[in-house]
Design a binder for this molecule. Structure first.
Ligand SMILES: NC(=O)c1ccc[n+]([C@@H]2O[C@H](COP(=O)([O-])OP(=O)(O)OC[C@H]3O[C@@H](n4cnc5c(N)ncnc54)[C@H](OP(=O)(O)O)[C@@H]3O)[C@@H](O)[C@H]2O)c1
Length: 238
């Protein structure tokens, strides 16, 4: 499931060749309700029972809140929160009916505390963490598990799409997508509650969890979310 059909088609060919298994895809935009409906319709038309759901699609937008576009934020809220919730709700229902299923929701270490200069993205991922952890408890004894994966900086197209070339976050070492995916997959299969890949990310997550909400935590987060060449200028709106 992604928007770029050519890349999906290529991936299908590669995976079918390498693994000898059938691969299906839907090319649609999950930041629209039409895109979500298209996916659900495809699953329904094929009469598939979905046993594993991975809500991975998401994006961020870096920079001072008042300088960035509200249109982009609305698209982000729709993709990172609304569509993820709709898909989780839809498939969790049928999984519970069948007494079997695994859901992996991809959040971020950005969701472990508020993030100045990445405020909306961090808030969407805090939502994903909260929702997925709550459902993990609600669904115990149903045969269905929900796992939340919170990666730190990872080598993908995310950084460029989020306009983060100037952020120092990615200068201090990143994990590969394959490493993160493997750890997330294992965590989902083991029915874990919350998986944070990488020791550095786990240590930062731990400190975030023991630092009380307030000015100190915000100051540390603002430092981490700073630019490579100094701090953000006072926001300007033209
Ligand atoms: N990379 C990081 O540093 C990092 C850290 C923490 C968490 N994460 C999270 O990890 C997840 C995966 O991101 P990534 O790092 O792999 O970024 P990415 O390289 O930009 O990949 C995003 C994937 O989601 C798909 N996608 C994006 N928007 C979509 C839409 N509107 N509808 C359908 N599919 C869409 C993209 O395909 P198309 O563009 O073809 O649609 C692509 O397959 C995201 O939830 C992100 O927030 C990333």
């Amino acid at each position: 499931m992604a928007r770029n059909e050519a890349r999906l088609r290529q991936l299908k060919t590669e995976l079918e060749k390498a693994k000898g298994t059938a691969v299906y895809y839907v090319a649609a935009d999950l930041s629209t309700s039409e895109g979500v409906a298209e996916l659900l319709q495809y699953v329904h038309a094929n009469q598939w029972h979905v046993t594993y759901l991975v809500n991975n699609a998401g994006f961020g937008d870096y920079g001072p809140f008042v300088e960035r576009s509200m249109e982009k934020y609305a698209e982000m809220l729709q993709l990172n929160i609304v569509s993820l919730t709709e898909l989780t709700h839809h498939f969790a229902r049928s999984m519970v009916q069948r007494g079997k299923g695994r859901i992996l929701n991809v959040a971020s270490t950005a969701g472990l505390q508020p993030d100045p200069y990445f405020a909306v993205y961090g808030a969407t991922k805090a939502y994903v963490i909260s929702l997925t952890e709550a459902l993990h408890k609600e669904l115990e004894h149903t045969g269905v598990t929900t796992t939340v994966l919170s990666p730190g900086p990872t080598q993908t197209e995310f950084m460029a799409r989020a306009d983060m070339a100037e952020a120092k976050l990615y200068a201090a070492g990143v994990m590969t997508a394959a490493e993160v995916a493997r750890i997330g997959f294992r965590g989902m299969m083991a029915g874990k509650l919350h998986v944070i890949p990488g020791l550095k990310n786990r240590i930062m997550g731990f400190f975030s969890s023991i630092t009380p909400p307030g000015h100190l935590r915000l100051a540390v987060a603002a430092g981490i979310m700073g630019k490579k060449n100094g701090s953000h200028a006072t926001p300007a709106v033209h």
